[in-house]
Structures are given as structure tokens and as C-alpha cells.
Design a protein around this ligand. Sequence first.
Ligand SMILES: *[C@@H]1O[C@H](CO)[C@@H](O)[C@H](O)[C@H]1NC(C)=O
Ligand SMILES: *[C@@H]1O[C@H](CO)[C@@H](O)[C@H](O)[C@H]1NC(C)=O
Length: 365
Amino acid sequence: MSPTSPDFSAHSRRPGVPALFVVLLAAAVVSCFLLHRAVEFGISSGASFFPIFDNGEPVYSDSKEYSLERVLKAASMPDNTVILTTLNEAWAAPNSVIDLFLESFRIGERTRWLLNHLVIVSLDQKAFSRCMVVHSHCFSLVTEGVDFSHEAYFMTPDYLKMMWRRIDFLRSVLEMGYNFVFTDADVMWFRDPFPHFHPDADFQIACDHFSGISDDIRNKPNGGFKFVRSNTRSIDFYKFWHASHELYPGLHDQDVLNKIKNDTFITEMGLHLRFLDTTYFGGFCEPSEDMDQVCTMHANCCFGLNSKLHDLRILLEDWKMYLSSPLSSILSGWRVPQNCSLDSLHLVVQHDPTDPTDPTGPDLI
Ligand SMILES: *[C@@H]1O[C@H](CO)[C@@H](O)[C@H](O)[C@H]1NC(C)=O
Ligand SMILES: *[C@@H]1O[C@H](CO)[C@@H](O)[C@H](O)[C@H]1NC(C)=O
């Protein structure tokens, strides 16, 4: 059990045959709503609301200019691959997570060009406005009746809604024919990850802890970084994953993935599932040990936005230091995690994590 994925197994059950039927039924229901959702995303009609700036004040208007189809097309690589991240107000503020994220691409080794293929999917108005200032491919994912603008506290109902909304959104991207790398904005990109993806996998995902074997189902995946190829297997898998949350109410997408990753339904659909090595795709849970090989570092196993920012800044400094004198990599290495540690977690759990005024409460992982 990792600190980022509370285990609720005592309250949940593995899907048996009737349960699986329910899942399939739910998947069918989900498909029936696709058209409805397509409209909601502004995919076919541009029905979502986007800001038009009028004298500096955002006003809301129907707009086709920022429809998902257009944004993905503009950002796509020649092979229909895009890089996606999601952003809310708390992470979009100046000197917050998004600035560090974009900086990592600029100071990474040959990673700057990847920014041309990055789409920032904002979950609220402020995040969209900030995206328009700092980046060229912005998409506004509007969810009626839900306010995602504040720091979403880990495992609260809004947090869960946001996570499941994200799964649903990523499925629609696959259905539009795009492969994607999904990256949380607290993943720092230091090298091009593409040479390290498995050529034959439909769905490959980074890990909090890597067992050493890329197809070992016991690996502990982290949904904050994954590469998914668009095909019928991956689309069916996303439908199954989303539908499975009905079976495990109150669970996070990552925990549901842990429940279903060895489901016979997935083996039977023929999905090629691989786990990514922390040597290349590390994090604070299990840092990449070799700065000559690292591609990405994720601020996982970290609670609280301030701790996260503190350690991410040190991470970027360590990288710059390494670049200025590569031979010192063995001596230097990472100085993090510091505030993102299990000790800080013990401090945090004494506070009320559901209280949004509690500055030490857990936030987005
Ligand atoms: C996965 O499922 C297979 C067959 O359904 C089973 O033999 C195996 O032990 C399971 N592995 C894990 C790690 O649960
Ligand atoms: C980081 O940890 C140190 C030592 O525990 C503490 O003094 C400092 O306030 C922390 N900083 C942040 C931003 O949490």
C-alpha cells in the first residue's frame, strides 16, 4: 500500500460474474451517452463555453475556435500523437505547478519541441485564462454543475469526480483517433520519453514502485503518466475502466485500475498492458537513480501543494546543476524528496483533509 493510494479493499469486492454483467451493462450505457458527451465536450458542435476576451474581461460565448477537434489537430504529431495535461486554478497560479512543468520542457535535454504537441486541458475558467497567457494549445473542459477551480483535496467527492471526468475525457480523445501521453503537471520532463515506450503496448503506465518486470501485474501503477495508443482495445479498456467505478464506489481511478488490471475481461479483450521502469520514469516514491537516463520525475508520494512546490523547485535546481557539470551526476544526484516525505504525511493526516481552509491538507496527487 502506498501513501498515495489508500486501500479500501475491506469495503470492496472483486467483480464476480453478476458484477461483471453489471459492468458490461454500464459500459453499454456509457456508449449510449457518447453522443450526448460529444456535444458536452464541444467535439462536434462547439457547444462548450469558452472565454472571449473583451477589454480584458473574459466573457463567455459559443466558440468553435477552441473545439477539442481543432485543438488536438493543431497540437498533433504527424502520427496523431498528442501530449495532454489537466490544470485547475490552484495549479495554474503564477509560480505554481504549471510554471515549473513548462520550465522542465525548456531546460530538459531536447524536450522543448515537445511543447508544440502539448495540450493543456483546463478544468475551470482561471486555468484556461492562464493557459492562454503561457501556452499555445489550450482546451477548456467544462463540467456543468461542478467547480474544479480550488485545490481538490485528495479523495473528496470533487476530487473523485475530477478523476473520473478525466478518464471519460481521455476515452473520447482515443475515439477521435489520437494516441496520447497523459502527464500530470507535477511530472517534470527532462528527456524525450518516446524512445523508451514499449513498441507493442496499447496502454503503458508509470509506477510508484516498479518490480523490475514491465509486464508484471503486481506493479503499482500511477495514473499521472501514461502513453496510450488509440485502437479498439484501448477504447474498450477505457470504457471498462470508467464503468468499473460503479463497482467500487469511493475509489480513485488508480485504485480501481489496481482492482481491474488482472481482470479476465482485460486479458480477453487482448489489451497489451505494460508498466514503465522508474529508471526512466521516476518519482518521489521511487526516484530515478541515474540522471544520465532519467526522462521524467513525478512529485508523487507528496501531500500538500506547498510541499510539492518546495521539492519540485529543488528537483529543477538539481537538474540544472547536473547539466552544468554532467560528470558530477554520481556525486550529486537528487536532493529530494524532502518535504514530500512520509514524515510530512504523518503530520498531514492529523489535520482535517476535508477542510479546504486547512493549508496542510492533502491536495491533488
Ligand atoms: C491474475 O489472474 C490469473 C488468472 O486469472 C491468476 O492466475 C494470477 O495469480 C493473478 N495474478 C495476480 C498477481 O493476482
Ligand atoms: C519544508 O520543511 C521544512 C522542515 O521541516 C519546513 O521548515 C518548511 O517550512 C517546509 N516548507 C514548505 C514549503 O512546506
